[in-house]
Each structure stands twice: as structure tokens, then as C-alpha cells.
Design a protein around this ligand. Structure first.
Ligand code: DX5
Ligand code: ZN
Length: 220
């Protein structure tokens, strides 16, 4: 079975010590950097903008997994490609022409991801799943770190896994929001490939150890 990946979300890092926290992730068992971009319009919060993301990209030595919680994401595809983004994820709810957005992301040399809000059914991806490299299932309402995990996510992971298998698609399943050691095993059992973890990692006494333990838990 392929390795289950851990993607610490820098939203929960100490922004006054960002380089320190990025180096911690570089040296840890983490697989990806998850970078949350919020515009204060699509979600009721603003995270950080291009100069900060550019600084993160300069230090981060692992896959850059960028989660855009912004309206009209097509406007920024070229910018994210230029700063070295590996996977660019847009929200289903923010894209009128999702297929076009996915093709534009790929044409810019990145993997294309689609995030679904908790209320958005997986079945809406039926006709484009083969074009999606990664589906990010939101297990909280996007906009803030530190929220509690929504239990219905397990059903969505199973439904998505069934769709991917039926279509023979190469799509990875990522879970974002409220991930901890309490739900990680069940998520992976249901079909998850990538676990994003913000508060659980960065608010723990020893983030390096927390990443290691989570990775071991889901890969044993
Ligand atoms: C929420 C973000 C998440 C967030 C997860 O809108 O997309 O990536 O950082 O944080 P935790 O793990 O604290 O729920
Ligand atoms: Zn995210």
C-alpha cells in the first residue's frame, strides 16, 4: 500500500518564527507543506498573501500543497506556479468553470486539486474526477484552524474512494480540518491518502514527535 502522507498546515505555525517552524517540518517525517490562502471573501478570514508565501517557498524543502480559499482563483494560477507550488487546490464552490480551471493549473505545470466544503456532495465530481489529481475533503468549514472534525466526513471519504475506484482515476484523497490521532486511523481505513494537520501538530508540546507518531500510526 502506498505511503499515507502527513501535511502540516502552516496556518497553525508561529508566524513570528516561521522559518523555525518550516525547518522543523523540513527535518520531520512530514511529507508535504499545506499552505492555506484565505481572501476574506470566500471565507470569513484572511491568512497571508504572496510575499509571505514566497518566503515560505524559499525555505520549504518538501512538496508545496497550496489550498486556495479564494474567489476567482484563476487570476493567481501563474503566480503560484512561479513560486514553485507543486499542487494547487481550488474550491469547487469558487469555480464556475471548474474544468477550465483544472486544465489551466495543469498547463502551468502543477498538479490540480479540488476542495469540497462539508455540504458539497462528492457526487458532483462524477464528470471530472479523472481530471483531478487530488480531492481535498473539508472536514471543518474552511476559514479557521482549530475547529472540531465533522463526523460525516467518513461517509464522504468512502463515497469518494468508490467513485475514484469505479472510474479508475489516479486521484488522491486529502482530509483537511480537525485531524488528530483520534480520527486518523479511521480516515485512512475509509480511503484517505493525505492528512492535513494544523493545530494538532503545532500546538502540541513536541511537533516533530507528533508528526512522527501520526505518520507511524497511519502507516503501520
Ligand atoms: C481550514 C484550513 C485548514 C486548517 C486546518 O480552513 O483549510 O488547513 O489549517 O487546521 P486544523 O488542523 O487546526 O483544523
Ligand atoms: Zn487547508
Amino acid at each position: 500500500m502506498s505511503k499515507k502522507r502527513i501535511a502540516p498546515s502552516l496556518l497553525a505555525a508561529d508566524f513570528a518564527n516561521l522559518q523555525r517552524d518550516i525547518e522543523m517540518v523540513n527535518k520531520s517525517e512530514a511529507d508535504w507543506f499545506h499552505i492555506d490562502v484565505m481572501d476574506g471573501v470566500f471565507v470569513p478570514n484572511i491568512s497571508f498573501g504572496m510575499p509571505v508565501i514566497d518566503a515560505i517557498a524559499k525555505h520549504a524543502k518538501k512538496t508545496l500543497d497550496v489550498h486556495l480559499m479564494i474567489v476567482d482563483p484563476d487570476r493567481y494560477i501563474a503566480d503560484f506556479a512561479a513560486l514553485g507550488t507543486d499542487i494547487l487546490t481550488v474550491h469547487y464552490e469558487a469555480c464556475t468553470h471548474l474544468h477550465r480551471s483544472l486544465q489551466a493549473i495543469k498547463a502551468a505545470g502543477m498538479k490540480a486539486g479540488v476542495a469540497l466544503n462539508p455540504h458539497t456532495p462528492v457526487s458532483l465530481l462524477e464528470d471530472c474526477i479523472e481530471d483531478i489529481d487530488l480531492v481535498c475533503l473539508m472536514s471543518v468549514n474552511p476559514g479557521f484552524g482549530g475547529q472540531s472534525f465533522i463526523e460525516n466526513t467518513y461517509n464522504k471519504v468512502k463515497a469518494l474512494k468508490a467513485l475514484i475506484t469505479r472510474k479508475g482515476a489516479p486521484t488522491l484523497i486529502e482530509i483537511d480540518g480537525g485531524v488528530t490521532d483520534k480520527n486518523a486511523s479511521e480516515l485512512v481505513l475509509a480511503g484517505a491518502d493525505v492528512l492535513v494537520a494544523g493545530s494538532y501538530v503545532f500546538k502540541s508540546p513536541d511537533p516533530t514527535e507528533t508528526i512522527l507518531a501520526l505518520s507511524k500510526q497511519v502507516n503501520s
